[in-house]
Design a protein around this ligand. Structure first.
Ligand code: TGC
Ligand code: FAD
Length: 392
C-alpha cells in the first residue's frame, strides 16, 4: 500500500528516524525540547546584541552536552552519532550554540582528555563538563589560519618553566574562558599549553563588528612573556598532529550541526510559503517554489544520510580525517545554499531577525571558514584521490 505524505517534513520524507536507535531518537528529542524552551525564545535578541549569557554553559552542562562523547571525569560517554544529533538540534536554533559546545567539548576538553596529564584532567575536565569552567582553543593566528604550521606564537624553556609569547586570533569563547589550550612553536616542535585566565601577561579581547555568529563570543588572545610551569604543558602532545587531531572531533560535530541550520531554514520557508499569498494563491502552490523546496529537501536528506554514515564509521573507530572532510565540505556548503534559497522564499521579510534563514546563512559563512575552509577540505579530498598535496 502506498501512502500519500501530504504536508510531511523534509526529513520525514526520507524516514531518517529509521536510521536511529530509540536512545538516539530520545537524545535528539530531549535536546530539541531544551532548545525550544530555553534558547529559541531569546536567540534573535542575543544575535542582535552580540551576546551569549555565560549561564548557558551550566545549562548545557546539566544536560550532559559538554564533552558529551568523552569518557570519565564527569563526561557523558555518548556515541559519535548521539553527539552529532545533539549538535544538529543546537544548530537548528543557532550555530553559536553548537559552536560553544564544539569548542568546549571537542577542542578544549578533548585536547586535555587526549593529551593532558592525570593532574590536568582532574583539575579541569569535571568543571568543564558541568560548565562551571569554560575552555577555549587557540590555534589560529592573525597571519596563519589555514596554515597553522607557520604559527609564530612560541614558547622557550627558562629553567623549569616555559615563557610563552605571541597572539591568537578568532578564538571562540576566548574572552570568557577560564582556561585556554594554546598551541605554540618550541625548539622541540609544536607543543600545547594550558593557560588559566588571569595568568600575568595573558590578555583576551573580544572581537566586535561581526556580521556572523553574533550569539557567540570571539576573541583575540595575546601572550606577553607569559611564564608557565612545565606542568602546564600537555605532555602527550608532541607535534602539529595533536591540534589537528582535535579539529577532527569538532569538524565531525559540524557535519551534523550544519544540517540543523538547514532543517530550520527549510521548515521556516515551508511554513511561510504555505500562508503567504502572491498573485492570489499560496506561494507554496507555484511550481518554481516547489522546485526549490524539492531540491533543498534532496540536499538536506542526502546530507543527513552522509552524516549518519560517517557517525557509524566514527563509532567503529574507523574514520579517517579525509572522510570527515567529505562531510564538513558537503554539509556546510549545502546548508549555506539552503539557508540562502529559503531566504528568497521569504522575500523582504527574510532579511529581518524575525525569521531564521538569513541569520543561519550569515552564521554558516563562519562555519564554512572555520574548522578548515571549504578550500582546505577540497584540497584534502584532492590529496586523498591523487596522492598529491596541492596546499603549497
Ligand atoms: P601535514 O603535513 O598534512 O600534517 C602535519 C601532521 O599532522 C597530521 N595530520 C593530522 N592528524 C590528525 N588529524 C588530522 N586532521 C590531521 N591532518 C594532518 C599529519 O599526519 C602529520 O603528522 P606527522 O606525524 O607526519 O607529523 O600538515 P600541513 O601543514 O601540510 O597542513 C595540512 C592542512 C592544511 C590540512 C592543515 O594545516 C589544516 O587542517 N588546516 C586548516 C586549519 C584549521 O582547520 N584550523 C581550525 C582552527 S580551530 C577552529 O576553527 C575552531 S572554530 C569554532 C568551532 O569549532 O565551532
Ligand atoms: P586564510 O587562511 O587567510 O584563508 C583566506 C582564503 O584563502 C580562504 O578562502 C582560504 O580557503 C584560501 N586559501 C588558503 N590557503 C589556500 C590554498 N593553499 N589554496 C587555495 N586557497 C587557499 N580558530 C581557532 O584556533 N580557535 C577558535 O576557537 C576559532 N573560532 C573561530 C570563530 C569564528 C567565528 C571564525 C570566523 C573563525 C574562528 N577560528 C578559530 C579561525 C578559523 O579556524 C580560521 O579563520 C580559518 O582556519 C581560516 O583561516 P583565515 O581566516 O586566516 O583564512
Amino acid at each position: 500500500m502506498t501512502t500519500a505524505r501530504t504536508g510531511t517534513t523534509p526529513l520525514a520524507l526520507f524516514d531518517t528516524d529509521r536510521l536511529l536507535s530509540a536512545d538516539e531518537r530520545e537524545i535528539a528529542s530531549s535536546v530539541r525540547k531544551f532548545v525550544d524552551a530555553k534558547l529559541r525564545p531569546h536567540v534573535a535578541d542575543w544575535f542582535d546584541e552580540g551576546a551569549l549569557p555565560r549561564e548557558i554553559a551550566q545549562e548545557f552542562g546539566s544536560l550532559g552536552l559538554l564533552g558529551m562523547h568523552l569518557d570519565g571525569y564527569g563526561c557523558a560517554g555518548m556515541s559519535a552519532v548521539e553527539y552529532g544529533l545533539a549538535c544538529l538540534e543546537l544548530e537548528a536554533c543557532d550555530s553559536g550554540f553548537r559552536s560553544f559546545v564544539s569548542v568546549q567539548g571537542s577542542l578544549s576538553m578533548f585536547s586535555i582528555h587526549r593529551y593532558g596529564s592525570q593532574e590536568q584532567k582532574q583539575q579541569w575536565l569535571p568543571r568543564l563538563a558541568t560548565g562551571e569552567a569554560i575552555g577555549c582553543f587557540g590555534l589560529t593566528e592573525p597571519d596563519f589560519g589555514s596554515n597553522p604550521s607557520g604559527m609564530r606564537t612560541h614558547a622557550r624553556r627558562d629553567g623549569g618553566d616555559w615563557v610563552l609569547s605571541g597572539s591568537k586570533m578568532w578564538i571562540t569563547n576566548g574572552s570568557i574562558a577560564d582556561v585556554a589550550t594554546v598551541w605554540a612553536q618550541t625548539e622541540e616542535g609544536v607543543r600545547g599549553f594550558l593557560v588559566p585566565s588571569g595568568t600575568p601577561g595573558f590578555t583576551a579581547n573580544p572581537i566586535k563588528g561581526k556580521l556572523s555568529l553574533r550569539a557567540s563570543i570571539t576573541a583575540e588572545l595575546a601572550f606577553d612573556e607569559v611564564r608557565l610551569p612545565d606542568s602546564a604543558r600537555l605532555p602527550e602532545a608532541t607535534s602539529l598532529s595533536a591540534p589537528l587531531s582535535c579539529l577532527n572531533e569538532a569538524r565531525f560535530g559540524i557535519v551534523f550541526g550544519a544540517l540543523g541550520a538547514a532543517r530550520d531554514s527549510l521548515a521556516t520557508a515551508l511554513d511561510y510559503a504555505a500562508t503567504r499569498e502572491v498573485f492570489d494563491r499560496p506561494l507554496s502552490s507555484f511550481q518554481l517554489t516547489q522546485a526549490k523546496l524539492a531540491d533543498m529537501t534532496l540536499e538536506l536528506g542526502k546530507g543527513y544520510l552522509l552524516a549518519v554514515h560517517l557517525g557509524r564509521i566514527k563509532d567503529d573507530h574507523a574514520i579517517a580525517p579525509d572522510q570527515i572532510s567529505l562531510g564538513k565540505l558537503n554539509n556546510v556548503r549545502e546548508a549555506l545554499a539552503i539557508a540562502r534559497e529559503c531566504r528568497t522564499i521569504l522575500g523582504a521579510n527574510g532579511i529581518t531577525l524575525g525569521y531564521s534563514p538569513l541569520r543561519h546563512a550569515n552564521n554558516l559563512e563562519s562555519v564554512l571558514t572555520y574548522e578548515g575552509t571549504s578550500e582546505m577540505h577540497m584540497l584534502s579530498i584532492g590529496r586523498a584521490l591523487t596522492g598529491q598535496q596541492a596546499f603549497r
